[in-house]
Design a protein around this ligand. Structure first.
Ligand code: NDP
Length: 256
């Protein structure tokens, strides 16, 4: 029941495109307030406008305030200083969607540059952990909150050419499961969403802007859309408070 989301405040990392942007728009339609985070300010501006439009179209009175802050989650100091840049009405978060993440290339282990390894871990793992710690202290104080981590099929199944990305997503899974167990007997909820192939900017980033290579990975299948995943995220967030959706694995019908 989406009415459980009315007036809640959601913070989304990687909100400038793909799954994060679609999730923001869907939460906006459900009457929430949203703090959008990513590195690209222009893209954040457009998503924020899309949230304003979606909320307006919903006709809901609750929620409908939106803000964005430019943030590189791999920058520890920037994460630590985040609250100083956030308007005060967005500092009391109810739901954190840890969505920012990426992969670069599909090289085998011996051929991967050290900086690519460091970069993926810094964002997909360390950034996600830092963002979680940032809100968890407050969630514990107020005894409520929901952390939704975006893992991947790659959190459960490793593949050739995906060693580093899969290692980061396995780490996200281990971190999420540990935290969920630690928080048993508290009202704080923890969810991991594990998408299969979703057509977003993810593939363009993976192939350094090579549009053909980015498109070719979807040959023979109909990929999921950012909206498909957004629906599952918003659904998980809108369950009754005693229900914790631990994880959701979502495949396109024709992905093996
Ligand atoms: P996109 O490339 O469209 O979105 C990734 C988002 O992450 C962007 O908003 C980007 O914004 C942000 N981001 C990347 N690095 C950082 C950083 N250091 N600090 C802050 N924001 C950052 O791809 P998706 O929407 O597909 O990806 C979202 C999540 O879904 C990722 O965690 C990905 O691993 C996961 N996933 C994706 C799948 C797919 O097939 N697409 C499958 C399974 C999981 P900006 O560049 O503005 O910072």
């Amino acid at each position: 029941n989406a009415s459980r989301l009315l007036g809640k405040t959601v913070m989304i990392t990687g909100a400038s495109s793909g799954i994060g942007a679609a999730t923001a728009v869907l939460f906006a339609k459900a009457g929430t307030n949203i703090l959008l985070l990513a590195r690209r300010e222009d893209a954040l501006n457009s998503v924020q406008q899309a949230c304003v439009d979606a909320h307006k179209a919903s006709g809901l009175k609750e929620g409908g305030t939106f803000a964005h802050v430019q943030l590189d989650i791999s920058d520890r100091a920037a994460v630590a200083a985040l609250w100083s840049k956030v308007p005060s009405s967005f500092r009391d978060i109810d739901i954190l969607v840890n969505n920012a993440g990426y992969v670069i290339g599909r090289d085998q282990v011996g051929d991967i540059d050290e900086s690519i390894v460091d970069g993926m871990f810094a964002t997909n793992v360390l950034g996600l952990i830092a963002m979680t710690q940032l809100v968890l202290r407050d969630f514990k104080k107020k005894q409520s909150g929901h952390i939704i981590n975006i893992g991947s099929i790659a959190s459960r199944e490793a593949y050739v050419g995906g060693s580093i990305y899969c290692a980061t997503k396995y780490a996200v899974n281990a971190f999420t499961v540990s935290m969920m167990k630690e928080l048993v007997n508290t009202p704080i909820r923890v969810t991991e969403i594990q998408p299969g192939m979703v057509e977003t900017e993810f593939s363009l980033v993976r192939f350094n802007g090579d549009a053909k290579a980015a498109k070719d990975v979807y040959t023979g299948l109909q990929p999921l859309t950012g909206e498909d995943i957004a629906e599952e995220i918003v659904w998980a967030a809108s369950r009754p408070p005693h229900v914790n959706i631990a994880d959701m694995l979502i495949y396109p019908v024709n992905q093996a």
